[in-house]
Design a protein around this ligand. Structure first.
Ligand SMILES: *Cc1c(COP(=O)(O)O)cnc(C)c1O
Length: 389
């Protein structure tokens, strides 16, 4: 973004929170000779495992890369079906497409935007091999129900945790209840490595296969080679590594994650209290005490008269200097690529459609002070005035 574009919005929707500690850590790597698959990568993987409280962690070039390798190494491919949430980032579905399998889209529950466990059974086919889910906006899915369903039908569970660093279900960090969890470190996610991701899994053998596949499928990295340059390729692979420059940035961000999550929680609670003063709005959130959200943003779904005025409300917020976004702008099956390939039946996704077409995502990131949150909340209430009654 240019300086002038940034200045147009006084309160941006999101902004990476980088300090001198991150800058110094990156510069330190640039004074070394090992720039990728080196010590920073291994330390970041260890520290991420310690943070989530278990599992094997494999640092990747992005969450999309992690999702792709997850399906590839689980052996999901052509002829297989995967249940996919209709309301999610397109990456959740693209990963299924990438291995030649077919996504079968499932609507969400209106309260949280998470995949509706009650609908899973009706979408099963004889070819279904896996169920995927997204912890929507950092709100954990009810994993007990989803894992029980998967066990009953012998399906893999793939968790898209891109917005869920810090989110827990029944005290366990998300990403560990399923077979695979994939995190994103894109600049505006909870912590960033520039671009980057992390695949986590309880299965040691799967972690080993993913580790090999992220580096061309070679049997040893240059660190493990006794004769320089000598290696074999026992399996297929890609280059989905994270560089040590990125990993060094991520390690400092991870060390600061407690502070980052506290600010998000504080901002979310403060903004929710303000937004709740409007009558024609509902806020996506979980009321389940087992679900601890990581508060990616505050998504306000406009109801009644206000629903049809969503874009006008966004325009008023923009004029007031408040940055907003939409998560996500279409149910994935309505995106042109998927609609053209599989056809689109709007009636199947009423809840995902309501979120896409009637919601506004308001900022709660750690870049915002309480005073700025108050400005966002008041601007939102004012933008709704006149169309809200
Ligand atoms: C951002 C995001 C992704 C993609 O993450 P990348 O690291 O950019 O590949 C995938 N899923 C969800 C839910 C996301 O929000």
């Amino acid at each position: 973004m240019t300086a002038s574009a940034a200045a147009a919005v006084a309160i941006p929707f999101a902004r990476p929170w980088i300090t001198d500690r991150e800058r110094e850590a990156v510069m330190e790597v640039l004074h070394r000779d090992v720039l990728t698959h080196g010590p920073e990568n291994q330390a970041f993987e260890r520290e991420f495992a310690a943070f989530i409280g278990g599992g094997h962690c494999v640092a990747m070039s992005s969450c999309m890369a992690a999702l792709h390798l997850a399906y590839m190494q689980l052996g999901v491919g052509p002829g297989d079906d995967v249940l996919v949430p209709a309301q999610t980032h397109v990456a959740t579905a693209h990963a299924v497409e990438a291995v030649g399998a077919r996504p079968i889209f499932v609507d969400c529950v209106p309260e949280t935007g998470n995949i509706d466990p009650a609908l899973l059974e009706a979408h099963l086919t004889a070819e279904t091999r896996a169920v995927s889910l997204v912890h929507f906006l950092g709100i954990p899915c009810p994993m007990d129900e989803i894992v029980a369903f998967a066990e009953q039908y012998d399906l893999f569970v793939v968790e898209d945790c891109a917005l869920a660093v810090g989110a827990t279900y029944r005290g366990q960090h998300v990403g560990l209840a399923g077979d695979v969890g994939c995190f994103s470190f894109y600049p505006v996610k909870h912590i960033t490595t520039g671009d980057g991701g992390m695949l986590v899994t309880r299965h040691a053998d799967l972690a080993a296969r993913v580790t090999s596949a992220r580096g061309f499928g070679v049997d040893r990295t240059f660190v493990d080679r006794t004769i320089p340059g000598l290696y074999d390729v026992p399996s297929f692979g890609l280059n989905y590594r994270m560089s040590d420059i990125n990993a060094a940035l991520g390690r400092v961000q991870l060390a600061r994650v407690g502070e980052i999550l506290e600010r998000r929680q504080r901002n979310f609670a403060r903004l929710k209290a303000l937004v709740a003063q409007a009558t024609n709005v509902r806020v996506l959130d979980s009321h389940d005490p087992d679900c601890k959200s990581s508060h990616y943003c505050l998504t306000a779904v406009l109801t009644g008269q206000a629903a049809a005025e969503r874009n006008a409300v966004i325009g008023r917020l923009k004029a007031a200097g408040v940055g907003t976004s939409i998560y996500y702008p279409q149910p994935v099956p309505r995106m042109t690529y998927y609609a053209e390939k599989y056809g689109y039946d709007a009636a199947r996704y009423p809840n995902a459609t309501a979120i896409s077409d009637h919601s506004i995502a308001l900022p709660v990131g750690p870049h915002l002070s309480e005073a700025e949150i108050d400005i966002v909340g008041r601007a939102f209430l004012e933008a709704l005035e006149g169309i809200s009654q």
